[in-house]
Ligand binder design. Structure first.
Ligand SMILES: [Zn+2]
Length: 473
């Protein structure tokens, strides 16, 4: 994330200098009308655009954000009337069941050369890696870092549980994490929806335990084609997940040991599409995929592509339901099962709502993903919450504790002991047990515990259609 932060900052600075240069030259030319006040307005306006993009990049690792060209992202709020897939192209799967690539249909075919040229600027490729993390993943991460590129990793729960440090490394580098089920076993997964669901939830809990965030993107092992029926698609959508297939298959799993040259060739077979979701693997034995990766990235860069991160708002790529899958006559989950499992699950991802913290005279907004709601309790990342409300947070490695200095008090938030030691303004010391989690390299604490320990007892909590809000003294 570091590199991607430095550039915009530099851009803002350069832009600021340019604005100053223009203003200076204007005044040097005798611009009498330029009062200092209007200079200020001008320069603020000039910077507003860049400041906004800078803010979007300054999200903590809990919410990795990457510049995405607007065309590749559905923005339901900003453009409620846009038909789905505003680029005018839809995807359907070729009728050949072997085919794992998609055919673009409709408007794309009629796109004039001129339109194709103008859309060139916003072409985006989403690199996706399935089946990891494995011994191949560190090499993939290293290449992505060297190339300054982000990717999406559809992890297997089984692998994630045995290599949590790699899941953490993926997350900390700002890549996206999707759910690829727990064991990848087709027989289990496609015997009926409830087993598929069980594995999605199991993997989700594994990833959440490592990163603190539930993956909302799902990729079906083997892709949805021939596997998913309408029930799978419908219930996953109802539960708040976004299913994502791919548009280009690198072919790296078509047989054992596919050589890097062949993977490269398949990966760059289509350099004309506005949006490419490229299927690669970082599971065990996929060293050749890592070997091919630098050249794949270079070819897409040379063709003018930007590298996007998939998220639940990305335009979904989904194969159609095959006649074979539709005819499987699997047992459908009962209404009671659906209302017990699917309906409440959607609430987990409903957070479109931010959490406003009103503490004393200060207020800050935690975006969805910057807070958790568990068993009716809010959990927040200690540093983010405290620093935005005017306090300071230090870190003690030996005791894995956060040291909060806020409101005249010093509070040691100890994750090992699950307690907070509060030194009051008058020097009195008080110990409180508290729920504290170390997730990745961030401490998450119960908001109530934090506010009480720092002398800001909560006064009220409310929820409306736009936001959640907690008021404290
Ligand atoms: Zn897979």
């Amino acid at each position: 994330m570091k590199e991607s932060r430095e550039n915009p900052i530099r851009r803002v600075m350069i832009r600021g200098l340019l604005v100053m240069a223009v203003l200076l030259s204007m005044s040097a030319l005798g611009g009498k009308g330029q009062s200092p006040a209007s200079w200020r307005t001008f320069s603020l306006q000039a910077e507003a655009g860049s400041a906004a993009s800078l803010l979007s990049k300054n999200n903590p690792p809990e919410v990795p954000v990457q510049d995405l060209p607007p065309a590749a992202v559905k923005n339901a709020e900003a453009e409620p009337l846009q038909p789905h897939g505003s680029g005018g192209s839809a995807y359907t799967l070729a009728t050949d069941p072997q085919a794992s690539t998609l055919q673009k249909v409709s408007a794309a075919a009629g796109t004039s050369n001129q339109e194709a040229k103008s859309s060139k600027a916003t072409r985006v490729v989403y690199l996706t890696f399935d089946d990891g993390p494995s011994a191949v993943t560190p090499r993939v991460l290293q290449i992505l870092q060297e190339q300054g590129v982000k990717a999406t990793f559809f992890v297997l729960g089984e692998q994630a549980a045995s290599r949590p440090e790699l899941v953490n490394a993926i997350w900390e580098q700002g890549h996206a994490i999707g759910n690829h089920t727990y064991n990848h076993n087709y027989h289990d997964l496609y015997s009926g929806f409830t087993e598929f669901w069980r594995q999605i939830k199991q993997t989700e809990e594994t990833v959440r335990g490592i990163t603190g965030v539930r993956p909302q993107l799902v990729r079906a092992p083997g892709g949805t084609f021939g596997h998913f029926d309408n029930t799978y698609f419908y219930l996953l959508k109802q539960a708040g997940y976004e299913v994502m297939d791919w548009t280009v298959d690198s072919g790296d799993s078509s047989r054992r040991g596919v050589p890097a040259a062949e993977i490269l060739q398949h990966s760059v077979a289509d350099l004309d599409s506005r949006s490419v979701v490229l299927l690669l693997h970082d599971g065990s034995g996929h060293e050749q995929s890592a070997k091919a990766l630098p050249a794949i990235i270079e070819r897409y860069k040379a063709a003018g592509y930007e590298f996007g991160l998939l998220n639940a708002q990305s335009e979904p790529v989904q194969f159609r339901v095959s006649a074979q899958a539709a005819a499987l006559q699997r047992v459908k989950p009962s209404k009671a099962w659906i209302s017990a499992n699917i309906v409440p699950n959607a609430e987990l991802f409903a957070p479109g709502k931010p959490l406003a913290l009103e503490v004393g005279r200060l207020e800050t907004i935690l975006k969805p993903g910057e807070y958790n709601l568990r068993n009716g309790q809010y959990f927040v990342p200690l540093r983010t919450a405290v620093e935005r409300l005017g306090g300071q947070v230090g870190w003690d490695t030996a005791t894995r504790s956060g040291l909060v200095s806020w409101n005249g008090r010093t509070v040691t938030v100890n994750s090992k002991k699950q307690q907070m030691e509060v030194v009051q303004p008058d020097g009195a010391v008080e110990l409180k047990t508290a729920e504290i989690q170390l997730i990745g390299s961030s401490l998450w604490v119960s908001l109530r515990d934090l506010l009480e320990a720092t002398g800001h007892p909560p006064l009220a909590a409310s929820v409306n259609v736009e936001e959640r809000r907690v008021k404290a003294l």
